[in-house]
Design a protein. Sequence first.
Length: 469
Amino acid sequence: MSGTKNVSLWGGRFSGAPSEALDALSVSTHFDWRLARVDIAGSKAHARELHRVGLLSDEELQGMLEALSSLDADVASGAFAPQPGDEDVHTALERGLLERAGDELGGKLRAGRSRNDQIATLIRVYLRDEAKHLTGRVLDLVEALLLQVDEVGDAIMPGRTHMQHAQPVLVAHQLMAHAWPLMRDLERLRDWDRRAAKSPYGAGALAGNTLGMNPQNIATELGFDEVCENSIDATAARDVAAEFSFIASMIGVNISRLSEEIVIWNTVEFGYVTLDDSYSTGSSIMPQKKNPDIAELARGKAGRMIGDLTGLMTVLKGLPLAYNRDLQEDKEPVFDQIDTLDVLLPAVTGMVQTMKLHTDRMEYLAPRGFSLATDIAEWLVKKGVPFRSAHEISGRCVALASATDRELWDLTDEEYAGIHEELTPDVRTVLSAAGSVAARAGKGGTAPERVHEQADVLRRAVAAMREAL
């Protein structure tokens, strides 16, 4: 159906129509229309509660539900859409309901609710559903990292601090260091859902309703655990949206950090990775270029999502209780984050799944740059040398090797003995990357057996999260 009569949810107190400028500023259907089907689900639950308290007869309830179902089908198919005169999703849907149910019956649905408690409820329903969808997308990326963990086996690479060679680590250990923050993000979403699972429906404009309706019935039908304790807080608070926005931003940041490493690894100087052609781009002028655009876009998108969070927090910071129209600005930031992650995560996942890690290059570089210096110091500690002294002795070994353009294993037995008497030829037992990683066998360490255990724990965590979905 495509009636053209404009509908307003207010106006009896006003003698004239709003200005065109006000209409233009107020309209929100260009972004809140995505809530339409959630809104209709809420209206069905509301109609049943109106029937329970005697404000809709059996026949009226049947007619109302049929009209709402018809409207829902038309929204889903695109047969019904907002018109320029519709202020928001609620206004557009009321127009659609009146077209299908008639003014007399359709007009009864507005009893006992306000746009204030409606929108506070709808945003929670929508975000809870999207959180589940995003959780699946993030798990896809974690599983792509685990595929690479299986591919690289026990290969070793340089571990870095301050972007300098630090100590050898397993490549798998490095990859999973990007997976665990993403899993914590999903734990945050799961914990967030406990707070989001309270329904504002029934709060009305801010003070509740006088019609005897039970908000818990509507809450249960919409998938909530319980009802918000305070009707003013229910309509005025948007910390649920802000917390979701933070978690989305954190996901973006963690994807960005992974992507930054891939950008660096993809350079000729590092040579750690080759990206698949299908997840790379070229240059319009330089024929040789193969650019890591997905990883670069991920860094940029993270900045965008942080901006969304900052904008939302700035809107909320000075609002008095209860509802203020400023809160119309709560939706676009989180919608933008959802849309951004929805296109970003599959692209990054595909890039990670298909990239080829060059473990031979990594293993060649792993012990270089004096990354075994700490092993020398700890070897001395095991011989009874205080670490303060051992640190200085190892540093003198590095100084000698560096001055003569050699690595630590290139120093002669005589040169080691000349630096300190405890530096016997046995020190060479720790001058290998394999020995270095094997020695770090404590929980959380990079020894192969610990990394294998870690991978098993991560796989179980992913499986449990999948099951929870």
